[in-house]
Design a protein around this ligand. Structure first.
Ligand code: CO
Length: 134
């Protein structure tokens, strides 16, 4: 059911410093910072040949990654995103198997304009999983 690794999202306490590290030390192709107020984050994309890294920084009050950074002040991997071809079919298969979908269980439009869902990390070995319909 799951397909390509769409991205790995890393929450960072200092977006400028993290961007410089990925660009200058790691030699990555980094984007300009992109504010995504509807998701409460500012994102820098790092394009890799086979996937993408997303550097996430909180934007505004109540950012979904604020608590994560409070618990992980140096930053850390926040979630991984797998592609699926049919997000409703994926959700129904997962919930039938006992997995918990975060929020109201309905896909919403994610950072790339496609429907996404998040799965409870306690059901997946401590990893927050995003599914994106591509
Ligand atoms: Co994501």
């Amino acid at each position: 059911m799951i397909g390509r690794l769409n991205h790995v999202a890393i929450a960072v306490p200092d977006l400028d410093a993290a961007t410089k590290t990925y660009r200058d030390m790691l030699g990555g192709a980094v984007s300009q910072p992109l504010d995504q107020p509807e998701h409460g984050v500012t994102v820098v994309f790092v394009d890799l040949p086979n996937t993408r890294i997303e550097l996430l920084h909180p934007l505004g009050d109540g950012s979904p990654i604020a608590n994560f950074l409070a618990r992980n002040p140096a930053g850390g991997i926040h979630h991984v995103c797998y592609e699926v071809s049919d997000i409703i079919a994926a959700r129904d298969r997962l919930t039938a198997g006992g997995a918990r979908v975060l929020g109201d269980g309905e896909p919403r439009i994610g950072a790339h304009g496609n429907p996404v869902l998040f799965l409870h990390p306690k059901d997946f070995f401590g990893t927050l999983i995003e599914l994106e319909e591509v």
